[in-house]
Write a protein that binds this ligand. Structure first.
Ligand code: PEP
Ligand code: MN
Length: 264
C-alpha cells in the first residue's frame, strides 16, 4: 500500500488547514523535546507561532534510555501541549509509547508520533493504524529502509493512510554526531513510496552547529519538511539539552533555511 507502484501520485495530507506532501510548501515541526511546564510550552508556542511554525511538538511520554531519566509529565503534559498549540493556532504532535494510551492521545494530539524506539512495535503500529489520526513514523535507530517502509505498511494495512515518514539518523560507528543522517533513505523513501517524508535534524545531529546545513541538505534531497527541537532555555531542559535551539538560535536557523524553503 505504501508503494509508488500502487499509487503513482504523492499522498497529500490535509490536517486542519495544513497540507503536507506533494506540492505543498515544506512544513516545519518545532518545539521542545519534553513538555516540562505550562509556562515553557506557552512561551514556546507563542514564539513559534510568530515565526510561522504550524506544528508544535513536545513529548508527554518520553522514551528515555535510563529509567531514572525524566519520563515526561504524562496526561498533564498532553493537556498543556494541546492548550499551548491551540493558543498558538498550531497542530500538536506528541509521541505515543503504549497502545493503552490511544484514547487519551486521541483526545489531545492532532498527530501521533511513533518514535524511533517503537518503529517495530507491531502492536502499537496496528493500534495507530486503527486510529483516524495522522501518524508521524520515525525510522528506527538501526532499521533498514525496507523495515521502515514495512512499519508504515502496518499502519496503512489497518486503514490509516495518513502517514508521514521521518528520517532521524541511524546508528553508525561515527561518534562526532549522535546519529548519522541518512539522506539516501529520504531519497529512497520518496522514490519507493507516495508518502510525505520529513527530516528530524535534531536527533540526527545531536549538536547545534550541524542543524542548519543538514536541514538545507534535507530540503535539497526532496524532504517535505523539517523537524527541529526548540526550548526557551535549553541549558535547563530535562532532556536533549545539548541539541535544542533557543529562540535566538531558532531565528537564525529559520532565516538561514528560508531561501531553501522557497526553492524547495
Ligand atoms: C523525540 O522526537 O522526542 C524522540 C524521542 O525522537 P526519536 O524517537 O527519533 O529518538
Ligand atoms: Mn529529543
Amino acid at each position: 500500500l505504501v508503494s509508488r507502484s500502487k499509487q503513482p501520485e504523492d499522498t497529500v495530507l490535509d490536517i486542519g488547514k495544513l497540507r503536507i506532501g506533494g506540492k505543498a510548501p515544506p512544513l516545519m515541526i518545532a518545539g521542545p523535546c519534553s513538555i516540562e511546564s505550562e509556562e515553557q510550552m506557552m512561551v514556546t508556542a507563542a514564539f513559534l507561532a510568530e515565526q510561522g511554525v504550524s506544528i508544535l511538538r513536545g513529548g508527554a511520554f518520553k522514551p528515555r534510555t535510563s529509567p531514572y531519566g525524566f519520563q515526561g509529565l504524562g496526561p498533564e503534559g498532553l493537556r498543556i501541549g494541546k492548550q499551548a498549540a491551540r493558543a498558538g493556532g498550531q497542530l500538536f504532535v506528541t509521541e505515543i509509547m503504549d497502545t493503552r494510551d490511544i484514547e487519551i492521545m486521541s483526545e489531545y494530539a492532532d498527530i501521533l508520533q511513533v518514535g524511533a524506539r517503537n518503529m517495530q512495535n507491531f502492536a502499537l503500529l496496528r493500534e495507530v493504524g486503527r486510529s483516524r489520526l495522522p501518524v508521524l513514523l520515525k525510522r528506527g535507530l538501526a532499521a533498514t529502509v525496507e523495515e521502515w517502509l514495512y512499519a508504515a505498511e502496518y499502519i496503512l494495512s489497518e486503514g490509516n493512510a495518513s502517514v508521514i515518514l521521518c528520517e532521524r539518523g541511524i546508528r553508525t560507528f561515527e561518534k562526532w554526531t549522535r546519529n548519522t543522517l541518512d539522506l539516501s533513505a529520504v531519497v529512497l523513501a520518496k522514490q519507493e513510496t507516495h508518502l510525505p517524508v520529513i527530516v528530524d535534524v535534531t536527533h540526527a545531529a545531536g549538536r547545534r552547529d550541524l542543524l542548519l546545513p543538514l536541514a538545507r541538505a534535507a530540503l535539497a534531497a526532496g524532504a517535505d519538511g523539517i523537524h527541529v527541537e526548540v526550548h526557551p532555555n535549553p541549558a535547563t531542559a530535562l532532556s536533549d539539552n545539548e541539541q535544542q535551539l533557543d529562540f535566538a538560535g531558532y531565528r537564525e536557523f529559520a532565516a538561514g533555511l528560508q531561501p531553501f524553503l522557497e526553492a524547495a
